[in-house]
Each structure stands twice: as C-alpha cells, then as structure tokens.
Design a protein around this ligand. Structure first.
Ligand code: ATP
Length: 367
C-alpha cells in the first residue's frame, strides 16, 4: 500500500495479550468437521431441505460465527454438532471421530465435551445459581466436595461470586446468561455452542457477554461456535465466519476479509445495517454525470489493509484536491476495514489511488 502511513491497529493477539492473562488450561481438542452435510425435515406440511452439501472445518481454539437470515439453517447446523439434530446426509466429525455411530454412553460423553448456551438461558427457576450450575455435575455423579469446588471455580470465572444463593428471577439478563455460561463450562468442555446467546440482551450487556466469551476462549483455549443474525456480534469476537443462505454455504473466511470485501449478496445484505448512508444533503445533490467541467466527483474507497490511509498522500496520488465527506473505519483482527467517501477535483485519476474505489456520482463545485 504505497503512500499509506504505517499506523496499524493492534492485532487480536496483541490486544489479547494486554487484556487477558496467559492461558490457564489450554486444550488441544475441539475441532469440528462437516462433510457434505445435508438435513431434510419431513413433516405433515411436506419436506424442508434445511442444509445442503455443507463441507467445512472449525479448528480447535477458534471462535467461529455462523450467520444467515431466518430459516437459513443455522440452528440445524449448530445442533448437528452435539447430535440434538441428526443429519440426513454427510457426516460430522468431532476431533476426527464420526459422531453418527455413538451409542447412549458415547453420546453422553460427547455432550460433556460440548457445552451449550441459549438465547433464553434455560435456567431452572426453582433452583439457585449454585444448584443450576451444579446440575450437570450432579447428573454425572461427581462427588459433592468436587462439585462445590468446580462450581466456585466457574462462578469466579464468569464474575458471579456472591450470587451463589440467588434465584434466577432476581438476576438481570446478563447475569442469567453468565449462569448459563458457568453451567456450560462446569464439565470443562472443549467446545462451547452459543445459540443466539446475546439476542435477548441490550447492546451494553451484549458487549459484556461477548467480552466474557472472548476471555474464556483465550484463557481456556475453548473452541466457540456461535450462531447469530447480527454482523456486529461476528465483528466483535469471531475469527472466522460462515454465511449460510438457504441451507448452503454462501461464503466463509476470516472476519476482516468478509467485512472488507463481501462477495455474496446475502453477506452484503447482512452488512447493510452497519453501513452509514451518504449525508442526505449530498445524496440529494448527486448527479450520475458531470454537468460542468468544474464538478467534483464523489468517490467511495474501500479500506481493507493493515494501515490507516494517509489523506495527503491520497491527494497527491489522485492529482488534485481531496476532501473527506465521510469515514467509517473499524479495527478487525488487526486490519483497518471500512470506507472513505471523498470529493475529488476535476482531473483526478482514480486509477492511481491505492484502494478499490468506485464513483458514486458528481456534485457542483460551488454547492
Ligand atoms: N423440526 C422441524 N421440522 C420441520 N422443519 C424444520 C424443523 N426445524 C427447522 N425446520 C425448517 O428448516 C429450515 C432451517 O431452520 P433452522 O432453524 O435451522 O434455521 P435458522 O437459520 O436457525 O433460523 P432462525 O434464525 O429463524 O432460527 C427452516 O425452513 C425451518 O422452518
């Protein structure tokens, strides 16, 4: 990227190293592979093909996001990992082992390795925080003193010390989800599945829960696979994303790449709510063609590099004055991702700019 100032954003690793202590109990397992996965539901209303030919791998220790419109197949895919749903075609492999053939005991063991949290928390209202979190250990027959130790450990991890004897009705939504996370972690799983875990929460609480999930991923080396319909959730914590559309892979890749250059119409539609519109007064004056030799061109630059743009260098490269109209730049995984809208003078040569760009139209210079 010639002419750009080398001021970058911290990479996730650098930011993480400042924010979280060194991993306390890194795990090595936790990979998931889908091979030509298909799922068809048959009901009295007919057949619905929820998933078609989904092949992809989630690596151990990764935070992987699955996004798509309502009915795209997100839940069906997520629930195939712990066999809450069984595929009608293809295979799911957890740490290389096909989970289709597991008997009852094997399935119980698998589900201990895979925790799950839910949009509406699924807590038992007649049990205290401690009893809710202890439940998976009690079912597994873990001795009482060990149950108490492990419950204390996870309640500390999720920041709920002092709430042990409280009932769920006395907790806020964010605290309830922390109980859900503690309960999911108490069996020390390798994989955590998150089913719209923040959809019932306000924006501030959503952020705090996403920060907690990121912290847990770093500390425990846990694989996190989440489904959401909000791209802002993907941007906040995921390393890679899968966009599902009508049961098929629309696109998949590192989050910063998908945000910087979305390839599929479904991805572009999901990103639209995060995009700012052109200022209304400018949009109203925009014409498709120049109406005089002095008209200014309105240009959108797409940023997808590892450095912030140098505006003076841009002016030099375009061969004329450059005025900034609008800027939206997000740091994602150490990359500056976003767009700049510029007014450039007559005679500017856009092909010389070191960014992907497109003309949005023209406005009169003296407007
Ligand atoms: N048990 C079922 N019986 C019949 N059809 C089903 C069943 N479960 C899901 N479907 C259908 O399968 C398709 C995919 O559903 P799925 O719940 O996996 O999508 P989703 O992306 O999670 O949707 P949402 O965001 O609305 O939860 C939808 O058309 C849905 O109606």
């Amino acid at each position: 990227m010639t002419g750009a100032i080398a001021i970058g954003f911290p990479t996730q690793t650098e930011a993480g190293a400042r924010a979280a202590p060194v991993a306390e109990a890194r795990k090595s397992g936790g990979s998931v592979r889908f091979e030509a996965l298909g799922k068809t539901y048959v009901s009295s209303a007919g057949e619905v093909q929820a998933l078609r030919n989904v092949t992809l791998e989630v690596s151990a220790g990764e935070i992987f996001g699955i996004i798509g419109r309502s009915g795209a197949g997100k839940s069906s895919l997520l629930r195939s990992i712990n066999r809450l749903e069984s595929p009608t075609e293809g295979r799911v492999l957890v740490d290389g082992a096909d989970i289709a053939g597991l008997g009852e005991a094997g399935l119980m063991q698998l589900r201990r390795r895979i925790g799950m949290i839910f949009q509406h928390f699924n807590l038992l209202s007649a049990k205290t925080v401690r009893e809710n979190v202890a439940l998976p250990l009690r079912i597994a027959g873990v001795p009482r003193h060990e149950v108490d130790r492990r419950v204390d450990e996870v309640l500390h991890l999720v920041g709920l010390e002092g709430k042990e004897d409280t009932y769920p009705s006395r907790l806020s939504g964010g605290q309830k989800q922390r109980v859900g996370i503690a309960r999911a972690l108490v069996n020390r799983p390798e994989i955590l599945l998150c089913d719209e875990a923040t959809s019932a929460l306000d924006p501030e609480t959503t952020l705090s829960i996403l920060q907690l999930l990121r912290d847990i991923n770093k500390r425990l080396g846990l694989t996190i696979i989440l489904i959401t319909h909000e791209m802002s959730v993907i941007r906040e914590i995921c390393h890679r994303v899968l966009v599902l559309e009508r049961g098929q892979i629309a696109e998949t890749g590192p989050v910063w790449q998908v945000f910087a250059a979305p390839q599929h119409a479904a991805t572009q539609a999901l990103l639209r709510p995060l995009r700012r519109d052109l200022p209304a007064d400018l949009a109203a004056r925009l014409t498709a063609r120049a109406t005089s030799a002095t008209d200014l061109q309105v240009v959108e630059l797409s940023l997808e590099g590892d450095a912030l743009p140098d505006l003076a260098a841009l002016a030099q490269q375009s061969g004329g004055p450059v005025r900034l109209v609008q800027a939206q730049v997000d740091p994602i995984q150490g990359h500056a991702v976003g767009r700049l809208v510029l007014l450039v003078g007559p005679g500017a040569d856009l092909s010389k700019l070191p960014y992907r760009n497109r003309s949005l139209g023209y406005v009169a210079a003296n407007d």
